[in-house]
Design a protein around this ligand. Structure first.
Ligand SMILES: [Ca+2]
Length: 228
């Protein structure tokens, strides 16, 4: 009898978990808070998850150079350039696939390096593959703001990347600009294991992530295996 009750409780628990998973919002396909990399100026090694395609970027720690990262902790990116490199063109690795007709959500947190002083504003464009592009302006020296935009893929994009293209400020450029942290792309499907588990994802997120990584490693679910 005890075993039967235990089995019943287990099945009910699994049923609740299945309901939670079914009701979960679109899962995070990609998340990076830049915590896994070592800090550095004019940094180029991001473990093949990100690539500096032009100019330079810095990976700084909370408090260094008098700057803050999101949540006043950890590490973050200064996209504005480094020691005369010019502003950075910062591109993720190939995320795998965007599916036509599906909706995706891009979020990130951004602020502005107060050591810049090259103009009242800094600008960058952010894009996801050929399906999304938007100009982002950071004025003054605000605390971190959250950027969030959704888009519906109009066509399959088999090799999308996330690109942050920092524009020269005030026509001068510089070595300090928009600060970037906690980049996330959410949507349906499974694309690639993430550099980091999303902050605050909790147990459900961990289970989803375990499923994602397990599926990727095993080549199940028809996911293409890509190497960063
Ligand atoms: Ca961070």
């Amino acid at each position: 009898m005890y075993r039967l009750r235990s089995t019943t409780v287990l099945l009910r628990s699994l049923g609740v978990l299945a309901t939670l998973v079914a009701a979960a919002p679109a899962s995070a396909l990609f998340f990076d808070g830049f915590e896994s990399y070592s800090t550095g100026l004019a940094k180029t090694d991001f473990s093949s998850v990100w690539f500096v395609q032009a100019g330079g970027v810095d990976l700084i720690a909370q408090g260094s150079f008098g700057q803050n990262c999101a949540g006043f902790t950890g590490k973050c990116i200064d996209l504005g350039g480094s020691f005369g490199t010019g502003p950075g063109l910062f591109e993720s690795a190939d995320l795998g696939n965007l599916q036509a007709g599906e909706t995706y959500v891009l979020t990130f947190e951004y602020s502005r390096n107060s050591n810049g002083n090259f103009g009242p504003e800094d600008f960058m464009t952010v894009s996801v593959g050929s399906e999304f592009s938007q100009l982002v302006t950071a004025s003054g020296f605000p605390p971190y703001q959250t950027f969030s935009a959704s888009f519906t893929a109009s066509a399959n994009d088999s090799a999308p990347t996330i690109v942050f293209d920092h524009l020269a400020s005030g026509g001068l450029g510089g070595d300090a600009g928009i600060l970037l942290d906690n980049v996330s792309l959410s949507g349906p499907g499974i694309i690639h294991p993430m550099p980091e588990a999303p902050a605050g994802a909790g147990v459900l997120g961990a289970l989803l992530l375990a499923g994602i990584v397990g599926g990727w490693r095993g080549g199940r679910r028809g996911v293409r295996v890509r190497s960063f």
